[in-house]
Design a protein around this ligand. Sequence first.
Ligand code: ADP
Ligand code: ZN
Ligand code: ZN
Length: 660
Amino acid sequence: MPVLRVALDLPLHRLFDYLSPAAGAADVGRRVKVPFGRGERIGVIVAVVDDSAWPVAQLKQAGEILAEPAPLPDDFFALCEFASNYYQAPFGEVVLQALPAGLKRLTPPERRAGRARKAPPALAQPALTAEQAAAIGKVTVDGGFSANLLFGVTGSGKTEVYLRLVEQVLALGRQVLLLVPEINLTPQLEERVRGRFPTREVVSLHSELAEAARERNWLAAFGGQAEIVLGTRLAVFTPMPRLGLIIVDEEHDPSFKQQDGMRYSARDVAVVRARQAAIPILLGSATPSLETWANAEGGRYGRLDLKARANPEARLPAVHVIDTRRLVLKEGVSAPLLAAIRERLARREQSLVFLNRRGYAPVLACPACGWVSRCQRCAANLVLHLADRRLRCHHCGFENGIPRACPTCGNQDIHPFGRGTQRVEEWLQGEFPEARILRVDRDAVKSRKQWEAVLERIHGGEADILVGTQMLAKGHDFPRLTLVGVLGADAALYAADWRAPERLFAQLMQVAGRAGRAELAGEVLIQTQYPDHPLFAALVAQDYPGFAAAQLKEREQAGFPPYAFQAVLRAEAPAMAEAIAFLEQAAALPVIGEHDQVMLYDPVPMKMARLANLERGQLLAESYSRPALQTFLPRWRAAIDGLKAGSKLRWHLEVDPLEL
Ligand code: ADP
Ligand code: ZN
Ligand code: ZN
């Protein structure tokens, strides 16, 4: 009797066998209802075989095999298999996380057809600059796998390069997958893509879509009707029968990394997918990740440069550093920055004050006894939010009212310390009562609708000063914006996290790129106590290659990625001792002795040692050889699976972690 080998969404590294008398090879890739425990589940048939490692008498009968949609194809399974092996994630979890929620329900909800879209306004395409034309000329869309880094300064017209390549691929009758870091960026890009290809079917895939819409779009991609799929990281696994090109925009962005559940890098999976599918992939950025840059420098990726802004009128902004060591700051703002904002107001131009910290102040404290507002559940302070009068934990969501007096000593004179966007906004409003100030952070802008409204206000000239976090740094064109002031950048300069400079540089380049996008020249003023820091020198010169070379040299000397390869085992338990004890057992497993190219560090508490009432420890495994690490990991993971202590706490492995 035929036996189905079924992938289920369970944290177990195995498939499940069921009997199915009428099943045949044509059912591979179909969904099936199977009994599991006391209930029923949806699984995916990975193979139909005629024997089982289990006694046949013990196998249960599978339920209905679902005819629709068509079976998932081999290349989908091949990609899932890669991700499962590389990231040490159970195959069933990988397969099922790639499906839209509706396809995982036993009783699918009624679905109505989607609303027809009104045709977008068609866009006139611009003549290519010489640099754009050269970049496009270097990509062969029908010549098999190639990986290229499109290294272009902000405003250099990377999107135009994407669109021209998309056009070539569509002309071949193939589909395109365009990945973007965040849904915030999709509306503008979506409009541009639809406007350029008004007769083509364009769908988006991201987490803010309603379940029905996501399923519809996923099915359109899978069915081949959708010719362009615009999505965030979760879209990378979407099966597409005629995929001809993958583009990853802002490839350096940390949001391509999934930080929970199955921890994977959508950018890296995209490169593997392109290789498996024998198609080109294009990675675009003004500040590539150092991993990608090293790949380009090493010749594994091609490099296409766009050095100038596409609009000849729009020059790159001038970047200056304000040495704050001898200046008196008012609410963190220096007189030169204030004067620059005043000038913009007089000229009816826009300014942006960038501070990557939301809330009013990062902590409320009592100067008399030293009390500070701490989260009861995390190793973190509660952030003061004056707008709605709350103290809030930015890590676990815990919140509380603001005490009238110090809870420890009763002192009524408790103060906010430090500053966030709300405080800067409030103070600037006092300085410039006539100015229209718009705060843009995750408190003020929570949904895509609000985001669209904010963008409309900015574009319509309804704001004079923007105060915002990195939300404002990405991808947007603000033609009237001519000044960017940066506050609070120093914290990242000497952070313990060795990736902090890379992130800071990218963020400041991105935010600087908002200024001077149109005919009006832009200026960027960065306040710092370390005006001589090489990172600022590189920013002033807008010299990413110089910065990257210096960083890579440091990393090579220190033996950090991309010159070493890492995986981290993390454990969470009510008490740190428990977590560390488990990690110590994992570090003492005999299998480790058989892999001398892999080094294990000592188990340590994580930087955020306590989150939502759980204490967290980690154990880093490292090797100078990726294959050596990859050979070690499945064996180590299997041995850890066998540890009794592991069943009493939560643990996971993360490969290529971005944060340690
Ligand atoms: P990037 O993605 O590199 O930041 P964009 O693709 O958004 O840059 O382009 C920046 C601006 O330049 C946009 O307003 C775009 O319409 C314009 N642009 C792009 N290519 C050209 C071109 N060849 N000629 C004129 N304008 C262009
Ligand atoms: Zn006190
Ligand atoms: Zn908390």
